[in-house]
Design a protein. Structure first.
Length: 373
């Protein structure tokens, strides 16, 4: 099998040893760089990402085991194969190398064919890893595109269905055909709501990466975001017979440095859940406050009059996979059949803004979600 070319970093404080390794690998036409110590190697990684690192164990200041541990503990570099090159051949040193995260070992004096074979194997593995990562990123991008292109049309469908329902409700004489059409409408609406919820979950998944969110902060008037939520959910609330109220301070709007899209998505989820689990004839309130004398600039509350959450449920509702329905048996509140990834996403957004999210019972019935940042 033809050897794949790669970028190799040789780390050794002995220039002669480095040049020897380089001369043994030069036949395979690899690109080879050299670092004279561990600190130089770590600085190199901030600029370039090699396919393989040949790392000498015996170096001053920071030895190879420590350097390997530092590389493997950094998520940016953990996938780079590290081959430890050592003059030691004891089981203790082998164990230390494995504990440090080394992928392969070579014993000095290094055998040329063995070196080339091990490096070739590691490069092949690294390239396969790169291809898998590229595929995953492409899948993530496609998921985002699909979800985004599903969400907007579905929102329009739901609004159109609302007006169809209104026309049927205003019709005084219902014959059998009208009743059948009404049943068809109910079926279409139910499936559209499911798809809309699913598309929102997909959008959230594409925003979540390793439990972190990248924020695009700007100065935003929080009142504008609340108004956007009001427009998005007023028709749905009216259709469900829910009184959706907005409570905003009479004082001048306050600007906050935040990611507007993320906060809007978070509010979408909180209001969507409140409407989903609230009965007809109840009230859902989106309330904004500007607290004084504390570290938070704004306080947002979503109050509903649904069945509420038990104290035990309040402790686990933000867990990423429990709320997806995989382990729904943990929930004590039987009315909660599926919360999706929404609340986990909300928690991530709030924490990314160094904020706080809590939930408590609404008296006499329901829940109050409070967000502060």
């Amino acid at each position: 099998m033809k050897c794949k070319k790669g970028l190799i970093l040789i780390v050794d404080d002995d220039p002669t040893a480095s040049l020897t390794l380089k001369s043994l690998l030069i036949k395979d036409e690899h690109n080879i760089d050299i670092a004279e110590n561990g600190l130089e190697a770590l600085a190199y990684l901030e600029e370039k990402c090699p396919d393989v690192i040949l790392l000498d164990v015996m170096m001053p200041n920071i030895d190879g085991f420590e350097v390997c541990t530092m590389i493997k503990s950094d998520k940016r570099f953990e996938a780079i194969p590290v081959i430890l090159v050592t003059a030691l051949d004891s089981k203790e040193e082998l164990i230390r190398g494995l504990e440090a995260g080394a992928d392969e070992f070579l014993t000095k004096p290094v055998n040329g064919p063995e070196l080339r074979a091990r490096v070739s194997s590691m490069i092949r593995i690294k390239h396969q890893y790169n291809e898998i990562q590229a595929t995953l990123e492409l899948r993530e991008d496609l998921t985002h595109i699909i979800a985004k292109n599903m969400s907007d049309p579905l929102r329009s469908i739901l609004v159109s269905l609302y007006f169809l329902r209104k026309n049927y409700d205003n019709c005084e004489n219902f014959d059998s055909s009208g009743r059948a059409n009404s049943e068809t409408y109910n079926s279409i609406e139910s499936q559209a709501l499911k798809l809309y919820s699913f598309s929102n979950d997909l959008l959230m998944l594409t925003k979540i990466k390793e439990g972190k969110l990248l924020l695009n902060r700007t100065m935003v008037e929080i009142v504008d975001l609340i108004e956007e939520v009001r427009k998005n959910y007023s028709l749905l609330a009216e259709h469900k017979g829910i009184d959706f109220q907005i409570d905003i301070p009479c004082t001048d709007p306050r600007e906050v440095y935040l990611d507007a899209n993320m906060i809007l998505r978070m509010l979408d989820n909180l209001i969507s859940n409140a409407l989903k689990f609230s009965p007809s004839g109840s009230k859902v309130t989106l309330k904004l406050e500007y607290p004084e004398g504390c570290s938070y600039l704004v306080k947002i509350m979503v109050l509903d009059e649904g069945n509420g959450l038990s104290e035990e449920d309040q402790q686990i509702i933000y867990e990423k996979f429990d709320i997806s329905g995989i382990r729904r048996d943990r929930f004590k509140s039987k009315n909660i059949s599926k919360l999706g990834l929404g609340l986990a996403f909300c928690k991530m957004v709030v924490e990314a803004h160094n904020g706080n999210i809590t939930v408590k019972a609404n008296k006499p019935k329901g829940s109050i979600f409070t967000v502060e940042f």
